[in-house]
Design a protein around this ligand. Structure first.
Ligand code: SF4
Length: 299
């Protein structure tokens, strides 16, 4: 069908809370106290809104924040598979520093033909990382492991995308940054959160924390107007030549051009510990009161 809308990837973030405080976090999670945490109903509504306007998505990604901190992640995975015919693969990201609940392993096992768990290991909790990989292997759940600590970090580490300080780029330069961005060259690393859809996490997060001015033409209101109107608006957004967030970003030239790499996962000095952050946010980290644990995992 000629008017089909196909997106290579869309990111859903059940929570922006995290138990690590990485200095170079691409979406600057630890730098701002704004950490939206979706309810299951909001997650389901977001999924429905996505698939009302996109006919097909290559990779449906669950990222964050640290998704494993969300108690309702197993139910959210089941929600995703209500739309199974509309996406190729579900990718679930984790920092390998939160033990997976047996319920989560069960949900992943139930959909394992279309699931991949992306394990980014920052060396924060080696025993948890080992337990996670063992649980995935034992249950036949496919995973991708990337080592981001010590020597030989995956792809030499992370790219520094910078904070949200404006560069004052002229329009031609913004077009160039946008055109060269690896996210854009892949057809978009779309983010759907808070009723808005953005080209990339930098744009979504920058607008969310009020550091990037929210221009109507840079995002899609996923809840306003008819489905046809939203689809027309998405097509328009897909034709963008740049977005304002590109002025507030170092540009992500990505792995294709070998942008300068820095050690990944370096923790912010004086940052509140992940456990303390989770506790202050009333979040479970490893073991919430009343939850059964098996081999140290959250039930
Ligand atoms: S803000 Fe622009 S350059 Fe930065 S990641 Fe997003 S699209 Fe790419």
């Amino acid at each position: 069908m000629a008017d089909r809308i196909e997106l290579p990837m869309i990111n859903l973030c059940p929570t922006m809370r995290c138990n690590l405080s990485c200095k170079l976090c691409g979406v600057l999670v630890p730098h701002y106290s704004c950490r939206p945490h979706m309810s299951l109903a909001e997650f389901a509504d977001t999924l429905r809104a996505v698939f009302e306007i996109a006919d097909h998505v290559g990779k449906l990604q669950i990222t964050g924040g640290e998704p494993f901190l969300h108690r309702e992640l197993p139910e959210m995975i089941d929600e995703c598979f209500k739309h199974s015919g509309n996406f190729d693969r579900l990718w679930l990201f984790t920092n390998c520093a939160v033990p997976p609940a047996p319920r989560l392993i069960g949900a992943l096992r139930g959909h394992k033909s279309k699931v991949l768990v992306h394990c980014s290991d920052y060396g924060a909790k080696p025993e948890v990382a080992s337990m996670l990989l063992a649980a995935l292997s034992e249950n036949g759940i496919e995973y991708r492991y990337q080592k981001y600590y010590g020597e030989d970090q995956y792809y030499g580490g992370w790219v520094d995308q910078g904070d949200f300080v404006p560069h004052g780029r002229a329009e031609a330069e913004l077009r160039d940054v946008f055109a060269r961005c690896s996210h854009v060259r892949r057809g978009g690393s779309w983010y759907a959160r808070g009723g808005q859809m953005h080209w990339c996490g930098r744009s979504a997060r920058g607008c969310e924390v009020g550091k990037v001015p929210l221009r109507a033409e840079d995002s899609l209101d996923m809840l306003a107007g008819s489905a046809d109107e939203r689809r027309a608006r998405l097509r328009e957004l897909m034709r963008a030549e740049y977005i304002l967030a590109c002025d507030y970003c170092n540009g992500l030239y990505g792995s294709e051009d070998g942008g300068a790499r820095r050690p990944a996962g370096e923790q912010m000095a004086g940052a509140q510990s992940g456990e303390a952050q989770a506790a202050s946010a009333q979040m479970p980290v490893e073991q919430a009161a009343g939850e059964q644990t098996v081999g140290g995992q959250m039930a």
